[in-house]
Ligand binder design. Structure first.
Ligand SMILES: O=C(O)CCC(=O)C(=O)O
Length: 205
């Protein structure tokens, strides 16, 4: 469903079985040898998610990508799993947008998790100019996703992202402001075994 030029909400993109596999993988990654952490951002605030970057690390203190986590523990960023890359590229292709994803930001939101409204604009100038999309996949509790325009003051729509939904924004929508105002605790599908929410955003640097 194209909700604005270049922005697509794909409800129920993943089956329950696919969500289970992805949730198990996300949990293992975020609790792994290079674990998820709560980023501190420039200005001194802390984010309200637990984050793990794959493929390239996003440094929240300088808003740049790098190969090791110099803002946290100095560890090398884990690779982007090949099956993640294929999944993201396939979602982008399903809405007619070319993507060769080389990084993923995996966020875990607990019941109090949220993310302020922002633009994703730290990828390369070439990628932004080409309009390569951000591909988002959600698993677990539903979220109130805010989707605005390309200026901060533009009106914002609230969209409920459920477990298994994909959301893609590229081309003319690539620099739209977006965020998550709240999580709806306890709304993950019964049987998924997730409390809270995983969100993966894939990008091409
Ligand atoms: O959790 C979401 O749905 C959005 C995540 C997001 O905005 C980001 O990672 O830049």
């Amino acid at each position: 469903m194209e909700i604005a030029p270049g922005a697509f909400h794909l409800p129920g993109y993943l089956s329950l079985e696919e969500q289970k596999v992805l949730a198990t993988r996300c949990q293992a990654l975020i609790d792994g040898r290079v674990p998820g952490y709560v980023p501190r951002v420039r200005g001194g605030g802390v984010m309200h998610v637990r984050m793990l970057c794959l493929g390239r690390h996003w440094n929240g203190l300088i808003y740049k990508y790098e190969s090791s986590r110099s803002d946290f523990d100095g560890l090398a960023v884990p690779p982007l799993p090949e099956e993640f890359r294929r999944l993201a590229n396939g979602i982008a292709a399903s809405v007619g947008m070319p993507l060769d994803a080389d990084l993923c930001i995996l966020n875990y939101y607990d019941a109090a998790g949220r993310m302020g409204v922002h633009q994703d604009k730290d990828e390369s100038d070439a990628s932004l100019a080409a309009g390569h999309p951000v591909v988002s996949l959600s698993v677990g509790d539903a979220a109130r996703f805010l989707f605005g325009g390309v200026r901060r003051r533009d009106p914002v729509d609230a969209i409920r992202l459920e477990s298994g939904d994909a959301f893609v924004f590229g081309g003319p929508a690539r620099l739209r402001f977006h965020g998550v105002s709240r999580i709806a605790p306890g709304t993950a599908p019964p049987g998924l075994g997730v409390a809270g929410r995983f969100n993966l955003t894939f990008r091409q640097y």
